[in-house]
Design a protein. Structure first.
Length: 147
């Protein structure tokens, strides 16, 4: 009976290690991240790029942060009744094998209260918190408003 429990315990441990190793092998990735400099000094900027989920399971971004900004949030711009409106997104679900595109006039990052002077070519790291406790880091290159 003791040997049966030991075998059962080892099988459960092996299953847990195998499933956690499998889950850890697949990580979403941020590609082509960039931040648009405003044409004049302003307390906000916008971030764009693509978040790819090559995993076999969906992922959900629940928040974003950066040491370079006092506040970072996901927003979406939509035209409603002919008027462009922006709203905060409480979360962003990205299906298995899919991507979320952050672009001007659509989904984007609102980067508020820059903590330092940024210039074209500077790099900013944004950390995305994933539902379930995971994290995703993305690098965003600062571009001038004319780029």
């Amino acid at each position: 009976m003791n040997a049966s429990r030991t075998r059962l315990g080892l099988l459960i441990l092996l299953a847990a290690v195998t499933s956690s190793a499998w889950a850890g092998d697949c990580t979403p990735v941020v590609r082509d991240g960039w931040v648009r400099m405003p044409p004049m000094a302003m307390p906000m900027m916008a971030g764009f790029g693509r978040i790819e989920n090559p995993c076999s399971m969906p992922v959900t971004v629940v928040s974003a942060s950066s040491v370079a900004f006092g506040d970072v949030s996901l927003h979406e711009t939509r035209v409603v009744d002919g008027v462009s409106r922006m709203r905060a997104l409480p979360e962003l679900r990205i299906g298995a094998g899919e991507s979320a595109v952050l672009k001007p006039g659509g989904m984007h990052l609102m980067l508020m209260q820059p903590g330092m002077a940024l210039k074209p070519g500077s790099k900013v790291v944004v950390e995305f918190a994933l539902k379930g406790g995971g994290k995703l880091l993305g690098e965003f290159v600062v571009r001038s408003a004319s780029d």
